[in-house]
Design a protein around this ligand. Sequence first.
Ligand SMILES: NC(=O)c1ccc[n+]([C@@H]2O[C@H](COP(=O)([O-])OP(=O)(O)OC[C@H]3O[C@@H](n4cnc5c(N)ncnc54)[C@H](O)[C@@H]3O)[C@@H](O)[C@H]2O)c1
Length: 367
Amino acid sequence: MTLRVVQVGAGGMGRAWLSTVAASQDVELVGIVDLDLDVARAGAELAGDPSIPVGRSLTELAAETGAQAVLDITVPVAHHPITMEALHAGLPVLGEKPAAQTVAEALSLAAAAEATGQLFMVSQSRRYNDHLVAFRQHLRDLGDLGTLSTRFAKAPHFGGFREEMDDVLLLDMAIHPFDSARYLLERDPVSVYCESYNPSWSWYRGDAAAAAVFTFEDDIRYVYDGSWCAPGAETSWNGDWRASGSAGAALWDGDHEPTSDLDGTPGSPADAPGVGAEIAGALASFVRALDAGTTPDGEVHGNVMSLAMVEAAIASTRSGTRIVIDEVLERAHASALDAERDDAARERLASWGSVRSALSATVTTAG
Ligand SMILES: NC(=O)c1ccc[n+]([C@@H]2O[C@H](COP(=O)([O-])OP(=O)(O)OC[C@H]3O[C@@H](n4cnc5c(N)ncnc54)[C@H](O)[C@@H]3O)[C@@H](O)[C@H]2O)c1
């Protein structure tokens, strides 16, 4: 049985999703929604069938086509309204990162997923990488972990919205390594000190570079040093990683097999099952979870903390102080409660004890 999906958003990343959906045996594209109908029609052609129904209203197109699930590949500002609409139409959602524009909106979506009983999974595509899974296997053999670090240096000229937005590196890119750090350490963050800045030669309006030190549970440090305007000796898109523990160190350049050195002996950890590649891996995981009724990696509750790391890093850079992640979560919870229009979702939000415990109740990890 293939899963009948409507895709919302057929822009830059939407086209990559349309190709991935076309190549998948698990799903059938039954409709495309976009505010711009020409973009939706071009998407149908790209998907190989210009007769695929297109529209501007998700609720109408989903009902007309008998859709069973929604792929949300719109811009971040639209993630909250589109996901809400889908969940309330009784449809599970696989959405592009970030879960929403703010942690408060992401909490509202987590509560709506609870209230409707529908799955909302965030596609944090860089988690679907067999080298990342292998790197975590190396980390598991390092004894007590002390430090994990990422150096990220690229110099892309994107043009468009990225060169005009605030906090471009932290908001648009750093969520990937922050999320990977949680996956690798198998722990959650406690606090962060961050300075973001814009080198004098930067072609971005907002800060294109940042240095952050996160304290994780068990007093482990995660150190991020990133720049999007760093020409010369660039790292991979995943960044250059090093982990240090009581029994040795592990290295991953982001593109090739990771390695480890257990105080003079090369590490050879146990193999772990493959997770597929990038968005194809996320799509396969979503379908498997719906089939089996299980909670996949990327389910919104488990994903919110990665967005909280971004929001806390930005708050730290603004205030010049160390920011405690629980304070970010509790503030976001208060504004989510204030802003919630949906009674059932507000009831769910109000029923949570601490936000951290509500989020961790359903956390699972892949691999
Ligand atoms: N995982 C990755 O590596 C990666 C890479 C690039 C982008 N992304 C994410 O993908 C998402 C989309 O980014 P993009 O670069 O494709 O943006 P884009 O601007 O190129 O395309 C977005 C499309 O969504 C449509 N849209 C916007 N609001 C809508 C609404 N309310 N209803 C219906 N359609 C709507 C727009 O008309 C546009 O066609 C973002 O969340 C971005 O962060 C992820």
